[in-house]
Ligand binder design. Sequence first.
Ligand code: NDP
Length: 283
Amino acid sequence: MTKHFIVIGNPIAHSKSPEIHTQFAAQAGLEISYQRQYCPDDAASFTAVIEAFFQGGGVGANVTVPFKQVAYECCAARGGLSEHAKVAGAVNTLLLNNALLKNGTPIAEAIYGDNTDGQGLVNHMTSLDWPLKGARVAIIGAGGAARGVILPLIEAGISELTLANRTLNKATNLVNELSAASETIAKQQINICSTETLSGEFDIIINATSIGLSGDTLPLSDELHSHYAYDMMYGRELPFLQHFAKRGAQTSDGYGMLIGQAALSFKRWTGHAIDVVKVTDSL
Ligand code: NDP
């Protein structure tokens, strides 16, 4: 029987998720339908869309801009949240909480939220053989993307973390919030600085800003060095990666993270683990 999935966003036409999940399903030998679902940009419309989807027999949904926080609030008040979703304050994967359904909870009240973005990044770096265990890591950016990757990176065993941002107090607030939300994060010493004062030698540096969308470049110090550089953006020339490649670093854009988070959602929904390298090569 065909299993139904959607990705909800606004805009949504550009989303690559249907192609990615169709490849996953072919690899897993499953019959699925995965559609793009446009939704007006308000919480009531979002809630109506996901309730109708799950009540109609839908198995799983991905959530993208601008609904990740709305989805978090929705699930917090309904079927619950995974640890990663709680700490990220955002949900990118929806499914039904079967334990609640078994207890007679109505479908609309059993919608559960997970967040696979950060683990998708960690899995991609691991597949590239980047040495996360014991790594000195710097993240630039203190928005939703940075928030989602900090716990998975610490869980992967990094030894030091520095968070840099254009607006310093946003980085400070983020670290305070995350430390209050997670004991694992509270135990990790996190250094904070502004982007232009970030300097020293790191094993891995991650661009988690949205600067790539504007075409501007980050003000990077000459005293900043890293063996590996990752930009969460993809699909265009990335000056951040060019900067570090010129200095001898290995680099990667965020396309593998996109595939990685999708593979984790797919596993959550279907139980099938995907060989992401095969999929990345064929897309
Ligand atoms: P947010 O809007 O939440 O945060 C934006 C961040 O970028 C802030 O830290 C902001 O700094 C910084 N920033 C924006 N413009 C500039 C600039 N001109 N100079 C310096 N810093 C700047 O965005 P998200 O965190 O949601 O997304 C960040 C990026 O990550 C996006 O490019 C997104 O596409 C990508 N992403 C990729 C994923 C993947 O699967 N590959 C998954 C999720 C996100 P300030 O606080 O000072 O405003």
